[in-house]
Ligand binder design. Structure first.
Ligand SMILES: C[S@@+](CC[C@H](N)C(=O)[O-])C[C@H]1O[C@@H](n2cnc3c(N)ncnc32)[C@H](O)[C@@H]1O
Length: 192
């Protein structure tokens, strides 16, 4: 079962997994809410884990017109997401390599990037590396979405991360709190 797989990976690698349970479908809905699926030609997902967000994107895209791929660093999670969502293309690599994969598809920019990455467990330099590659891999006015757990928002690291988003993006909005998630979370909707 995905939850056991998830928990065992969390116990082995808490810093890269960063969450005790997969995200809920309500959080997934907020993550993809600002994406214009009729127009988006390139969508990327960071850290798909067991594929909750991946499935929501796959349900909404026209696969003949839209390029969609994920970047998942953990080998076991990578295998799990490919089992759960065999239709998805997931590469085992870091989100920091996003531009290399965009180039493989012959494109420079994505319309939307959604992230399940555990930012709170990353060093500031890794946060900066991934955010700067993200901004340069996004189209002008492209959308980047990422979530934060409610309890982390009041911590200095949570406040610092929000400030960082404001530094990298021209507009950052927060969704309403998604209480139907363990733990409750909100989504940052960030425009390049
Ligand atoms: C909190 S889980 C999120 C899983 C799923 N998106 C969800 O919300 O249920 C974080 C995922 O990010 C992956 N990850 C961590 N660092 C990464 C990196 N630098 N690049 C890509 N994936 C990474 C982990 O292996 C893990 O699967």
């Amino acid at each position: 079962m995905a939850i056991w797989h998830y928990l065992s990976q969390f116990c082995r690698e808490p810093r890269t997994i960063g969450a005790i349970a997969p995200s809920s479908k309500q959080l997934a809905a907020r993550m993809i809410e600002p994406i214009d699926f009729k127009r988006a030609r390139v969508i990327v997902e960071y850290g798909p884990g067991c594929g909750v967000f991946t499935r929501h994107v796959l349900e909404r895209i026209d696969r003949d017109r839209t390029i969609f791929f994920g970047l998942e660093l953990n080998e076991k999670m990578n295998r799990l997401v490919m089992e759960k969502t065999p239709d998805a293309v997931i590469y085992q690599d870091s989100a920091a390599a996003v531009k290399k994969y965009l180039r493989q598809y012959g494109v420079k920019h994505a319309d939307a990037i959604i992230s399940g990455l555990p930012w709170a467990s990353f060093s500031e330099s890794l946060q900066d590396e991934i955010l700067s590659e993200t901004v340069s891999g996004l189209k002008k006015n492209g959308i980047f979405t990422t979530f934060a757990y409610l309890h982390g928002l009041v911590l200095p690291s949570g406040k610092r991360f929000r400030q960082k988003l404001l530094k990298y993006f021209s507009k950052v909005e927060a969704s309403p709190v998604v209480w139907e998630n363990l733990p409750p979370a909100l989504v940052y909707w960030c425009r390049k």
